[in-house]
Design a protein around this ligand. Structure first.
Ligand SMILES: Cc1cc2nc3c(=O)[nH]c(=O)nc-3n(C[C@H](O)[C@H](O)[C@H](O)COP(=O)(O)OP(=O)(O)OC[C@H]3O[C@@H](n4cnc5c(N)ncnc54)[C@H](O)[C@@H]3O)c2cc1C
Length: 388
């Protein structure tokens, strides 16, 4: 499917090995975990044992020494097998990357081996109720108190806080409260006093849940700050670009799983004498289109990952936005068409496709919405004026 020009033999071996692991679990495993209120811990542990969870983290700290290209392959292939691990988007991709690039030696030793071997997880919290798409408006504020930090604010829709050992929280320092955002990043352990979480009920069929967080003068030691409090957006985007690439990989996996299931159905379902419904071009062509659009989106995802892994943060920023946009649109269309292909069965619990409809919308909204990417490309790439 993917030629050697775009991916090395190692990449293709990784794809095949992860796909084989995913196939051992499959969609039924994922669905029953969600139905029973469990997490996909067995798959997480097996993926960890094989070295997949920390494939992007430095070898010196127990990782695989690869990059986001490899981690994206892991997520896409597990998703294509029907069992994506959402925490890969935040734990090794954002938090692991930020700590590896900007953390102190102590933070690296404390966190990276556990993130790499999957024994520890870290969530990531930037979204706020009153800031939403405009991260420049975040108000979670850190102030110094002796040698400590006191962190206060609110966050919404933060994934996996209950299963994460800590959350990497994006705030701003008190003196930077007005004016341009100079984000600073704090590691907040799950059970820290004053750090409260409330689950947000979501119509999503996924083991990972979303939470509202309230931070009420959460006292953190000086070494909870990752990187430099004045380093600004560079540090943040070191984590946000991998997040976009990984969200693209998540969408690609979901889209592929949906198309594969629809193709299987279209090949076998017969309602007229002439053969299976897949002979009708009204059924076949939209599935072919969905396949093409997913392949195109993967190309952009590979480009974004290659630029990021080569250290081109600026180039990766544009490409990661475009990849996330393309993959989200392709996945939403693919799932929609897959549901339609199955007719009434597309909405049945037994076939499990309807549950993918809401999941397929996530990548359009998070971590940055479709409109904000179109804004970015309008302004940054095309040079058009800003409306806001
Ligand atoms: C399942 C899920 C998991 C998530 N996990 C996390 C997580 O782990 N950590 C985290 O920090 N966040 C997380 N989020 C939050 C997510 O990143 C936000 O929902 C997203 O950034 C959009 O912000 P918002 O919901 O406040 O929408 P808003 O900013 O209120 O936007 C609402 C709508 O208005 C549009 N809009 C806003 N401004 C403009 C503009 N200038 N021009 C045109 N259109 C505009 C948007 O595109 C959108 O369609 C998650 C969200 C979901 C759904």
């Amino acid at each position: 499917m993917t030629s050697a020009i775009l991916e090395t033999q190692e990449h293709r071996d990784l794809r095949a090995a992860v796909a084989a692991l995913g196939a051992r679990y499959g969609r039924e495993y994922f669905t029953s975990a969600v139905r029973d209120g469990r997490h996909t811990d067995e798959l997480w542990a097996d993926a960890a044992k094989a070295g997949y969870l920390g494939v992007n983290l430095p070898e010196a700290y127990g990782g695989g020494g690869g990059g986001i290209a490899e981690l994206a392959i892991v997520l896409e292939e597990l998703g294509a097998a029907g069992c994506p691990l959402l925490m890969l988007v935040v734990s090794p991709a954002i938090c692991g990357t930020v700590i590896a690039r900007f953390g102190t030696e102590g933070q690296k030793q404390q966190w990276l081996p556990g993130l790499a071997d999957g024994t520890r997880k870290m969530a990531f919290g930037i979204t706020e109720p009153d800031a939403g798409s405009n991260s420049h408006r975040i108000t979670t504020t850190a102030r110094r108190d002796g040698g400590d930090w006191l962190l206060s604010g609110r966050k919404v829709f933060i994934s996996g806080v209950d299963i994460a050992d800590a959350t990497l929280v994006v705030g701003r320092t008190e003196d930077a409260r007005t004016g341009k955002l100079k984000p600073c990043l704090f590691i907040v352990p799950r059970d820290t006093e004053g750090f409260q979480r409330t689950r947000i009920p979501m119509e999503l069929h996924a083991p990972e849940k979303q939470f509202e967080l309230v931070l009420d003068d959460v006292r953190l030691p000086a070494d909870a700050l990752v990187g430099d409090e004045d380093a600004g957006l560079l540090q943040l985007f070191a984590g946000l670009n991998p997040e976009r690439i990984m969200t693209a990989a998540f969408a690609l996996g979901l889209g592929r799983q949906a198309v594969a299931r629809a193709v299987e159905y279209a090949r076998t379902r017969q309602v007229w004498k002439g053969g299976a419904i897949g002979v009708h071009q009204a059924i076949a062509h939209p599935l072919a289109q969905a396949h093409i659009e997913l392949e195109l989106a993967r190309l952009m995802t590979q480009k974004a990952a290659a630029l990021y892994d080569a250290g081109d943060d600026a180039g990766a920023g544009e490409a990661a936005n475009m990849a996330k946009y393309a993959a989200a649109e392709a996945a939403a269309k693919a799932v929609d068409q897959a549901v339609h292909t199955l007719g009434g069965n597309g909405l049945s619990t037994e076939y499990g496709l309807a549950q993918m409809l809401t999941a397929s919308r996530v990548a359009r909204i998070a971590p940055v919405s479709r409109e904000m990417i179109l804004n970015y490309v309008s302004h940054q790439t095309l040079g058009l004026p800003k409306s806001y």
